[in-house]
Design a protein around this ligand. Structure first.
Ligand SMILES: O=C(O)CCC(=O)C(=O)O
Length: 320
């Protein structure tokens, strides 16, 4: 039994009771982003300071994360990507993995958390599916640079671009321990070529215009208490510097996409990177159990949802 890892992708609903499950509009109301916050997202390409997790929920996820950092070979098969320095010291594990939602109940249920789902619906302006999740763990005093990049440059095996990233801190994140940085307005720069994620933080500078380089002078450090999140547009320029502090910087990232997103894999030049991903057929809606529908505007809420502020997807997600 020990060697069998249960694939939680078989469950298209929460399993653990870790999160509320609102049904009526009054129950959803505390999670609705204001008009001003939605407009700010349209303008700058990101918003920050959204509470997703209580401290107790953070603790549950951090306990599960510790087990995933030493996952069994069977558990590792559930991941689309699993990269670790394999340090024997749990405090020194440098770790990036995609697919934790399939492996443990807390990470599985996080994708159903109401604060996440409502904000994602408003910021995509459309019903949404899970694309995938990610874990980014930088131990104390460890490099762990994530170079400046745009998420969609790595996701062109799906189309059209109608995706959203939510970054959730599992530790307080500060400049010292390697918080994320954003370049406000860079979501209007169009799609730029890939310049790499590891090693040279500044590699992207070689392909930027003088105007874009100037915009970097206004970069924002996304410092956040644990349990809080930022959301960013798929073309937002972002990255994180090394953790030079005495404490870890762990985070879980949820990547969503509009419910009608299609596979675009036939001519994808980095196809090798996808060999552990779920099947994605060219021009077919990604609607298997690996891409669960997370929020469709709530059938039971229907009329009320029209009053909830949302972005206009045609304005925000068409320039590529
Ligand atoms: O957590 C990090 O340092 C990087 C996260 C990131 O690149 C993302 O959320 O898209």
């Amino acid at each position: 039994m020990k060697n069998i890892a249960v694939d939680l992708a078989n469950y298209d609903h929460p399993l653990s009771g870790l999160f509320d499950e609102p049904r009526t509009l009054p129950e959803w109301e505390p999670y609705i982003l204001s008009e001003a916050v939605v407009r700010s997202f349209e303008e700058t390409g990101f918003i920050s300071g959204i509470k997703i997790l209580t401290n107790e929920q953070v603790n549950v996820l951090n306990s599960e994360l510790a087990t995933l950092q030493v996952a069994t070979p069977e558990q590792r098969k559930l991941f689309y990507h699993y990269e670790s320095n394999e340090s024997e010291d749990p405090d020194k594990v440098l770790f990036h993995a995609i697919g934790a939602w399939r492996a443990t109940p807390g990470f599985h249920d996080l994708i159903w958390s109401p604060a996440y789902r409502m904000a994602a619906y408003q910021l995509l302006g459309a019903p949404l599916r899970l694309f995938h999740d990610q874990l980014f763990c930088k131990p104390a005093k460890h490099g762990g640079v994530v170079a400046w990049h745009q998420d969609y440059s790595y996701w062109t095996f799906t189309k059209p671009m109608h995706h959203l990233t939510c970054w959730i801190g599992l530790d307080d994140a500060s400049k010292e321990n390697g918080c994320l940085y954003y370049v406000p307005g860079s979501h209007k720069w169009g799609l730029l070529p890939i310049t790499g994620l590891a090693g040279d933080m500044e590699a992207v500078r070689d392909i930027l215009t003088a105007e874009q380089l100037t915009a970097f002078e206004h970069k924002i450090a996304n410092e956040l208490p644990k349990g809080y999140a930022s959301f960013h547009h798929p073309l937002m320029m972002h990255g994180s510097y090394a953790n030079v502090s005495e404490r870890p910087r762990r985070a879980v990232v949820l990547n969503a996409m509009a419910a009608g997103t299609l596979g675009n894999t036939t001519n994808y030049e980095r196809i090798d990177a996808l060999h552990n991903f779920p099947e994605m057929k060219q021009d077919q809606v990604l609607n298997s159990n690996f891409f669960p529908l997370l929020f469709d505007g709530g059938k039971e809420l229907e009329a009320a949802m029209n009053a909830v502020p949302r972005v206009d997807p045609l304005k925000l997600y068409t320039a590529q």
